[in-house]
Design a protein around this ligand. Structure first.
Ligand code: SF4
Ligand code: SF4
Length: 179
């Protein structure tokens, strides 16, 4: 069984937010909330400044505290692709998972359940990329199986310098940013 992850090339992202709009449309994300978003980091000292633009979302961590802390089992690791999901019918809206996520990747849906990126598992099951990946005009995102040594995600990770977000949190995130 696959273990899905994503590789995002920060040199190609222009911050156009097409990924954010695509996610909202595909997943009918309620107004005022986002399952993905654009973050920017400026480093260096003038005039040698560097701007990193990142499309961020749930990292579908290998060691997800949001799953460990859930009292009902609503937050779980789906066998298909090891994707971290929430079963709305089992969620009591206690927000423990929101508090445990170092990435602020979750929100409470107006219908009362914890909500977040699903890696568009409904599309992936049909052989499609997640909506955000499929619409990116600069093709900066690559989705695939981290357990397949021949996958494009692994080729990119091996061939470019990269980083994950907040490694000190110890959650083993599965989104890698090429630098
Ligand atoms: S990014 Fe947050 S919500 Fe997603 S799996 Fe990791 S800890 Fe859980
Ligand atoms: S808000 Fe829902 S998914 Fe999150 S910890 Fe509570 S019961 Fe589990």
């Amino acid at each position: 069984m696959a273990r899905y992850g994503m590789v995002i090339d920060t040199r190609r992202c222009v911050g156009c937010m097409d990924c954010v709009v695509a996610c909202k449309t595909e997943n009918q994300v309620p107004e005022g909330f986002d399952r993905d978003w654009i973050a920017t980091d400026t480093t260096g000292r003038f005039p040698n400044l560097h701007l990193e633009i990142r499309s961020e979302r749930c990292n579908h961590c290998d060691a997800p505290p949001c799953v460990d802390c859930c009292p009902t089992g609503a937050s779980h690791v789906e066998p298909f692709g090891h994707v971290v999901l929430v079963t709305p019918e089992q969620c009591i809206g206690c927000k423990a998972c929101l508090a445990s996520c170092p990435y602020d990747a979750r929100f409470v849906n107006p219908d009362g359940f914890a909500d977040k990126c699903t890696f568009c598992i409904h599309r992936v099951k049909e052989g499609l990329d997640p909506a955000c990946v499929s619409v990116c005009p600069t093709r900066c995102m690559t989705f695939g199986d981290l357990d397949d040594p021949r996958s494009e995600v692994n080729r990119l990770i091996e061939s470019r310098t990269h980083h994950a977000l907040i490694p000190a949190a110890g959650t083993s995130p599965r989104i890698f940013y090429l630098t």
